[in-house]
Design a binder for this molecule. Structure first.
Ligand code: DAH
Length: 339
């Protein structure tokens, strides 16, 4: 029995010292100390040992087991340290390598143009309000004095959700909403997205942005409109900017006009940028029609006002000298990075 134990111990210690990795060590443990292991087999043979010898033999088995277990534990710690060391070696961080660059976002030209417009008008005491993009036919057309048979109401131009609800075609829809809820004086601008059933090209998109303006008070006249929009144009395009009004027709204003600014590239002489005109059209405007005031509950005998509507993309394209509107919607990083 003694020799047997000695042989097992010798074999075990040898195998342990040669094990080399944790898996192998575990295999050795099972082979010797496991349920069917060699040392366990010896214990099972105890029943054949004479009763008086049993304590002594028992002690010997325990000593052998302890010896093997200690050796195993020692080897296990060694091997674990080795694994850890290897792992650390592989995960070394080279602080001299160049870092991954973080891409920092920046503002879209539309946003830059909008912030500029908001800065100019809030500086003149205007408040910024927003209205819904899905709008009742009433606010988009009827309350703006646009008659039932007006061409703008054609399905060719307007996206209808049902007979009474449209995707708004203009931010002018916010005018009536504000007038219904607010007693004059009113000074608001209302930026937002509008929709028209247009095909995409360099100057058209089925969805674009406008900024509406509305001022209602006592004794407001066309000179106030001109003064306000002249200040706006100078702030936006430079102190030397001239403005020019051309008569136009909008159902919700009377009289109505389109406003041009002198070309800020050539100063009005005519160049490629203004297509030789010297002038660039930038907005529609006019004195709010008495019918529009009346429908929204404002007495046209007491109050007057002016309104205007600017295409935001148009301002962004002009200000940043971009020649194709589609670039604003493609989200090409190489383009957007330039602003
Ligand atoms: N809503 C007009 C359009 O989409 C722009 C406009 C013109 C707005 C004259 C106004 C205005 O407020 O007075 O073409």
């Amino acid at each position: 029995m003694k020799e047997k134990l000695q042989a097992i111990q010798e074999e075990a210690l040898k195998k342990i010292s040669e094990s080399g990795d944790l898996d192998k060590l575990y295999e050795i443990k099972v082979d010797i100390l496991g349920k069917k292991g060699k040392l366990t087999e010896v214990l099972k043979g105890m029943k054949d040992v004479a009763p008086e010898d049993r304590p002594k033999i028992g002690q010997m088995v325990n000593d052998t087991r302890k010896e093997i277990e200690d050796k195993m534990e020692e080897m296990k710690t060694k091997l674990q340290d080795k694994v850890l060391e290897e792992k650390m070696k592989n995960e070394v961080i080279d602080v001299t390598l160049p870092a991954n660059k973080n891409k920092i976002g920046h503002k879209h030209p539309n946003t830059l143009a909008l912030e500029e417009l908001e800065r100019i008008f809030t500086g003149m005491g205007y408040e910024v309000v927003e209205g819904p993009e899905i709008e009742f036919d009433y606010y988009n057309f009827e309350a703006l004095n646009i008659p039932e048979n007006h061409p703008a109401k054609d399905e060719q131009d307007t996206f209808y959700i049902d007979r009474n609800i449209v995707l708004r075609t203009q931010t002018s829809s916010v005018q009536a909403r504000v007038m219904e809820n607010t007693q004059p004086p009113i000074r608001i601008i209302s930026p937002g997205r509008v929709f028209r059933s247009d095909a995409v090209d360099a100057t058209h998109s089925p969805s674009f942005h406008q900024v509406e303006g509305l001022a209602i008070d006592k004794n407001i006249n066309f000179a106030d409109l001109k003064g306000t929009l002249a200040d706006f144009a100078k702030e936006l395009f430079g102190e030397d900017t001239q403005i020019k009004f051309r008569p136009h027709h909008f159902p919700f204003t009377e009289p109505s006009a389109e406003m041009d600014v002198s070309c800020f590239k050539c100063g009005g002489k005519g160049c490629r940028f203004c297509k030789g005109e010297g002038w660039i059209e930038i907005l529609g405007c006019g004195m709010v029609h008495p019918n529009v005031l009346k429908m929204s509950g404002i007495d046209p005998e007491k109050y007057q006002g002016f309104a205007f509507g600017v295409g935001l993309e148009r301002i962004a394209l002009l200000k940043y000298e971009i020649d194709d509107m589609r670039l604003l919607y493609e989200n090409d990083d190489r383009f957007l990075k330039q602003f």
